[in-house]
Design a protein around this ligand. Structure first.
Ligand SMILES: [Fe+2]
Ligand SMILES: [Fe+2]
Length: 271
């Protein structure tokens, strides 16, 4: 296996309800699952799907049950880290058969894919919108990286550290991201950070680390670099992100953001 698909910020609510009174997040996730299933035959070596947080809108058990029922159609296993809209114990209770789910404590995990490894980190601070790893999360990362030597790694979190340029979102980023980044900078192998939370496709570079934020499956957050108020919801198209390890022309990670849905084509590039 050489790759995986990231989805993020699915924000599932109770059956029949709309998130924020206007966003049909369940239908958006159903369409995301259908898009992934339809794309799989065309994609090389997709091992699993990683959900980078905000699985639900309120962390309620019935929302996790709704999420589970929709994801049951997915033709790959999936793993998840929580976001600020999740609640840790209801999330743990909702997925009792998941091998990646720790029996207690933060929901960190490690997934081996062959040429590289994914380290999922729980940044949820219950009751807060911002994220943090704390000493426990940083210690989990230290142990995981020590075990990997210099193997290529993707670190997956809900909260990014880079600023997307949306002030109200940037305030609620990963508050101890500097400590995380120092560890990633010191790692001897190729390493990338992927996150969610901002509901937009954003890429930044901090030192030698590419930090990528995946677009949500459902609604987006309005890009407004001057906004002084709370973030604004816009019903832009959702998307998935395919992350792969490639050997040519130079070994490294390559990521492809693919819109959710079925579109006209394909056709040959000829008149
Ligand atoms: Fe979100
Ligand atoms: Fe979030």
């Amino acid at each position: 296996m050489t790759g995986f698909i990231q989805i993020t910020d699915t924000h599932i609510v109770a059956p029949g309800a709309l998130a924020c009174g206007r966003s049909d997040t369940a239908e958006a996730l159903r369409r995301a699952v259908a898009t992934i299933n339809a794309k799989l035959p065309s994609l090389d070596g997709i091992d699993c799907v990683i959900v980078t947080g905000d699985l639900t809108d309120h962390g309620a058990p019935e929302e996790y049950a709704h999420f589970t029922s929709i994801m049951a159609e997915l033709k790959r296993p999936w793993l998840a880290v929580p976001g600020n809209h999740d609640t840790r114990e209801p999330m743990r209770a909702a997925f009792p058969d998941a091998a990646w789910m720790p029996t207690q404590g933060p929901i960190h995990w490690v997934r081996e894919l062959g040429p590289f490894t994914i380290v999922g980190l729980d940044t949820l601070q219950e009751g807060a919108r911002h994220g943090a790893l704390g000493s426990e999360g940083l210690a989990f990362l230290d142990t995981a990286l020590d075990d990997l030597g210099d193997k290529p790694v993707i670190v997956a979190t809900h909260h990014p550290w880079i600023h997307a340029g949306i002030p109200a979102m940037d305030t609620d980023n990963l508050h101890d991201g500097a400590q995380l980044m120092a560890r990633l900078e010191a790692y001897p192998g190729p390493i990338r950070m992927i996150s969610g939370h901002v509901h937009r496709a954003v890429v930044g570079q901090i030192g030698r680390i590419t930090c990528q934020i995946g677009p949500a499956t459902c609604h987006a957050v309005l890009t407004d670099h001057h906004a002084a108020r709370d973030p604004q919801l816009v019903l832009e198209p959702g998307a998935i992100t395919v992350h792969r390890w490639v050997e040519t022309p130079s070994p490294g990670f390559v990521s492809d953001v693919i819109p959710i849905g079925a579109f006209s084509g394909p056709w040959p590039f000829s008149d």
